[in-house]
Design a protein around this ligand. Structure first.
Ligand SMILES: NC(=O)c1ccc[n+]([C@@H]2O[C@H](COP(=O)([O-])OP(=O)(O)OC[C@H]3O[C@@H](n4cnc5c(N)ncnc54)[C@H](OP(=O)(O)O)[C@@H]3O)[C@@H](O)[C@H]2O)c1
Length: 276
């Protein structure tokens, strides 16, 4: 029940109307009868600073951050924790006595989705498509879990080069940048789509014949009916899954950071996938 003691949790992004976070965060809060409510706010980039100030004044206890604010928010936070500091990207903020602590739970979400699906990274070769925030989180995990080699491709070549330079300088991990949809890849075990292609049903025109050793195809995009990339991989007999579990686990970790309580995963999963 909402009463005078109910505290606010939030999501900020632009746009946010499509987000599934309010649905599964509120389901978990209600299930555990916690005195919080979770709302989504559409904040354009030029109002980010004002929104953070308003959150401080209102005593918002925590909030998630999505596109396009994940990197832009960093200078406004008091403390960057762990992965957030390395990635300079935040998707979760916790307000502790007026101080804003920034976390990156996308990394945990991706890692857990790999674990759940039994994907081995160590010693394997991956092709990573994309060079935005999601690709950066995925590359961090591939480096941390000791992938043998990563090929990086992005529509805007310069962004792939910049991501590769970040990996080398910050993570001490080398990857190889190739032209977008190039066939010059060899012995790839896994493909990760970290572009937004597939969100609107677009097909990724991959040169499938160039990947005879392919074991798994991972799409970070998620969709109610599965994504075109996942369908295509499965049709070719290759293990494949989309970004649903990454979404679930990043949200579960955020929930624990906000509330100090373990997330009721099954409740969140039902709220999330029940609507899929
Ligand atoms: N499952 C999850 O929990 C989760 C979490 C985060 C993100 N995601 C998914 O990952 C996607 C990317 O997120 P992000 O945060 O990295 O976004 P972002 O920073 O805006 O990056 C978007 C990426 O998509 C590429 N792209 C966009 N339109 C394209 C097109 N028509 N053809 C080829 N490439 C295109 C961009 O290439 P350019 O550099 O050339 O523009 C860039 O690499 C999102 O759409 C979302 O579905 C999922």
């Amino acid at each position: 029940m909402i009463d005078a003691r109910t505290k606010l949790l939030a999501l900020i992004g632009h746009p946010v109307a499509h987000s599934l976070s309010p649905r599964f965060q509120n389901a978990a809060l209600q299930y555990l009868r916690l005195p919080f409510v979770y709302l989504a706010f559409d904040i354009p980039p030029e109002r980010l600073r004002d929104a953070l100030e308003a959150f401080r004044v209102l005593g918002v206890l925590g909030f998630n951050v999505t596109v396009p604010h994940k990197e832009a928010i960093c200078p406004f936070l008091d403390v960057l924790e762990e992965e957030a500091k390395v990635l300079q990207a935040v998707n979760t903020v916790v307000n502790r006595e007026g101080k804003f602590f920034g976390y990156n739970t996308d990394v945990y979400g991706f890692q857990e989705s790999l674990r759940r699906e039994g994907v081995v990274v160590s010693g394997k070769t991956f092709l990573l498509l994309g060079a935005g925030g999601a690709a950066k989180s995925a590359l961090f995990v591939l480096a941390k879990e000791k992938a043998q080699k990563v090929y990086l491709m992005n529509r805007t070549h310069e962004r792939a080069v910049a991501l590769c330079a970040w990996a080398r300088n910050v993570l001490g991990f080398s990857c190889e940048v190739l032209p977008w949809l190039s066939q010059e890849v060899q012995a790839v075990h896994g493909i990760i789509n970290a572009t937004s292609l597939g969100l609107g049903g677009e097909v990724l025109p991959l040169p499938w014949e160039a990947f005879p050793s392919l074991e798994v195809v991972i799409d970070l995009v998620y969709h109610r009916e599965g994504t075109p990339l996942v369908w295509e991989a499965k049709m070719r007999g290759i293990k494949s899954f989309d970004g649903k579990y990454m979404l679930l686990y990043q949200g579960a970790r955020s929930f624990s950071l906000f509330t100090g309580v373990s997330a009721p995963l099954e409740v969140m999963e039902e709220a999330l996938f029940g609507g899929f």
